[in-house]
Design a protein around this ligand. Structure first.
Ligand SMILES: C[C@H](N)C(=O)N[C@@H](CCC(=O)O)C(=O)O
Ligand SMILES: [Mg+2]
Length: 366
């Protein structure tokens, strides 16, 4: 099975409600879809969102990185040589992690199709059902409380509460939500870099003193502020998770050695796809550090790859934030992973199992 062509499409899917964080507000998924075609007629699917405030990637940079740097190296490559191909992708250009992720996901999809096995089995196998949280966008307090109750009523047992806008209101937001859903759902906070280290310690100690039990707090401080992250981790009981602070395996090793965070959020759009995400999971397992698997504003194409990884690495990826498809107004994918509210199920269809993507706008070939 040899790669003959790499093509692009633009996928637009409205969100059920606007997604609001300390960094940005989004109301529609607008992602680049990559299809890799082979001499056997098989097609592999990948997807990349343009999450510029986090990864630096834009639609233009994703297309350009693939068209000019990645695609020329891959045409003619044999899918069976997976490690050679992922090396070519990772070495084609610096950074551009979302472009690399989209291409790697499509290659891994084809790798599974080549051997007639679902991706999670190619990655080591596991229990095919996992459970995700649901994100509650940052908003005024009454709306966040209502959204949290609605999510719990839909069966979500873990909520990821977006904060990081205003420290005083954030404390009140979390207290009000905790009071409303206590005993029915675990709460995770994500400040998306919105606090200073001192503000984070103040907020978390205040919440701890008030009896608010949080499962974890994600990225309280600026991405580059590793000392600040450690300052917070050292001073609160609540587990602290690094998200925007860590993209690849080298950063993860530094972070673990510094003991700057307790948990690591792995996202394929930060790691540049599955190959380095696997490395991070293996490093974390060696050090006994837990991981979450997360996503950006993505549909069930690229999130499917993250699900397969989570299933195969459930020894270390113990927390799941793969709610992108649940935030979408509809699922544009025929086949693939089954997203049913909090419950996510992988099937035994080869690769990612995707048969068709509806509503894909064609862009020029790579
Ligand atoms: C969608 C997911 N639950 C999430 O919150 N992901 C990111 C933000 C994604 C984005 O801004 O596109 C996160 O910070 O964890
Ligand atoms: Mg985050």
């Amino acid at each position: 099975m040899k790669i003959t062509d790499i093509r692009f499409g633009m996928l637009r899917v409205p969100l059920k409600t606007p997604f609001k964080t300390a960094l940005r507000t989004v109301d529609t998924v607008e992602d680049i879809v990559v299809t890799i075609h082979t001499d056997t007629g098989h097609v592999g699917y990948g997807e990349a969102p343009a999450t510029a405030p986090i990864t630096g990637d834009t639609h233009g940079s994703i297309v350009e990185a693939i068209r000019k740097f990645i695609s020329p190296r891959l045409i003619g490559q044999e899918i069976a040589n997976l490690n050679r191909i992922t090396g070519l992708i990772q070495g084609a250009i610096e950074k551009n992690s979302s472009a690399k992720a989209a291409v790697e996901i499509a290659v891994y999809d084809l790798f599974g199709q080549l051997y007639g096995a679902p991706l999670y089995k190619m990655l080591g196998g596991g229990d095919p059902v996992i459970t995700t949280d649901l994100t509650i966008s940052v908003d005024y307090i009454e709306k966040m409380v209502a959204d949290s109750i609605a999510a719990v009523d839909r069966g979500f047992e873990s909520l990821k509460i977006k904060v990081g806008k205003d420290i005083g209101v954030d404390i009140e937001r979390v207290k009000a939500i905790y009071a409303a859903v206590e005993g029915r759902a675990l709460l995770r906070l994500d400040a998306n870099q919105g606090w200073t280290a001192k503000q984070a310690v103040y907020a978390l100690q205040t919440l701890e003193d008030a009896g608010v039990r949080l499962e974890l707090v994600e990225q309280p401080v600026k991405a580059q502020d590793l000392e600040g992250l450690k300052y917070v981790t050292d001073r609160v009981h609540t587990p602290i998770m690094a998200d925007e602070s860590v993209f690849g395996p080298v950063e993860v090793i530094d972070l673990i050695r510094m003991r700057a965070a307790d948990i690591i959020n792995i996202k394929l759009m930060k790691t540049g796809g599955l190959s380095k995400a696997i490395q991070i999971a293996d490093i974390a397992a060696m050090y006994g550090v837990e991981c979450m698997i997360g996503c950006m504003i993505e549909t069930s194409i690229s999130v499917a790859a993250a699900v397969h990884l989570a299933v195969a690495k459930s020894n270390v990826i113990t927390k799941v934030d793969l709610d992108g498809p649940s935030l979408c107004a509809f699922n544009p994918v025929d086949g693939g992973v089954i997203f049913n509210e909090s419950e996510i199920t992988v099937t035994d269809a080869p690769g990612l199992g995707i048969r068709e993507i509806r509503g894909l706008e064609t862009l020029a070939a790579a």
